[in-house]
Design a protein around this ligand. Structure first.
Ligand SMILES: [Zn+2]
Length: 251
């Protein structure tokens, strides 16, 4: 399966004609995405879930369902207003299920606007999580490498590994976009855009699930863009590690 094949289906369903053009471009260079089926889903997003929790429609930590409502369906029970606000006030995010589904909330399309290359970076980042089986790897790491350690140490070790996997997905995304013919630093620019859009100038802390702004940007700056005259390397090494069924990203 090629990256473009996925994104063409995606853009035909939800994107603009300019997005389709960019997706066609992605498919023309051949990113090998393996044999696992990859599906795409437009959802309501985490801001909708926050509103649902505020209104007492779900208990804290039990609102996942409200992030994944269909924003194109009318429910007629009050949820529509939550989704309207989620669309207008939500921001860039995305996540991936270990089963191969990439979820992008509708607000992400609004926030990116015409920056279809940035959208491609986010989708590629989530595909990288799937292709490298990051959720499994995180679970494996927790249950094998960290097992038996004090609880606090296990938690910090799990978060440290989570940040490493995020940087790995960033590197893969940059390579995928480069192979597809996008400008070499488009994913670096996407990170700068995204962090400003969501208002996140955080620094890496031991409790961070994702690297902080500067660390993530620095890692992207040092990623060497793939060149068309380079021999093609195997993109996906053997798996390793994680914890939940979903890798939630920003993106
Ligand atoms: Zn991620």
């Amino acid at each position: 399966m090629k990256l473009g094949d996925c994104l063409i289906c995606w853009s035909l369903s939800h994107g603009s004609s300019s997005q389709k053009k960019h997706c066609d471009c992605l498919g023309s260079r051949g990113n090998d995405l393996g044999s696992q089926p990859i599906a795409f889903m437009v959802a309501s997003g985490s801001y909708t879930a926050q509103l649902a929790e505020q209104r007492g429609l779900c208990k804290p930590d039990q609102c996942q369902m409200f992030t994944q409502l269909n924003p194109y369906q009318r429910y007629g029970n009050g949820w529509d207003e939550l989704m309207r606000q989620g669309y207008t006030l939500g921001d860039i995010e995305g996540w991936a299920a270990s089963s191969g589904t990439v979820v992008i909330p509708r607000a992400t399309f609004r926030a990116y606007g015409p920056h279809t290359g940035y959208l491609a970076c986010t989708v590629a980042h989530e595909i990288a999580h799937i292709r490298r089986h990051h959720i499994f790897e995180q679970s494996y790491h927790l249950n094998h490498n960290l097992k038996g350690q004090p609880e606090e140490q296990m938690k910090l070790g799990e978060l440290k590994r989570s940040r490493e996997l995020e940087l790995e997905a960033d590197r893969d995304a940059a390579t995928m976009l480069s192979r597809a013919g996008y400008p070499g630093r488009v994913c670096q620019q996407e990170l700068e855009f995204m962090h400003r859009s969501v208002g996140d100038g955080s620094i890496t802390e031991p409790e961070s699930t994702h690297p902080g702004y500067e660390e993530r940007l620095k890692a992207t700056r040092t990623t060497t863009p793939w060149k068309s005259n380079q021999p093609r390397r195997k993109q996906i090494p053997a798996p390793v590690i994680a914890t939940t069924a979903l890798t939630t990203c920003s993106p």
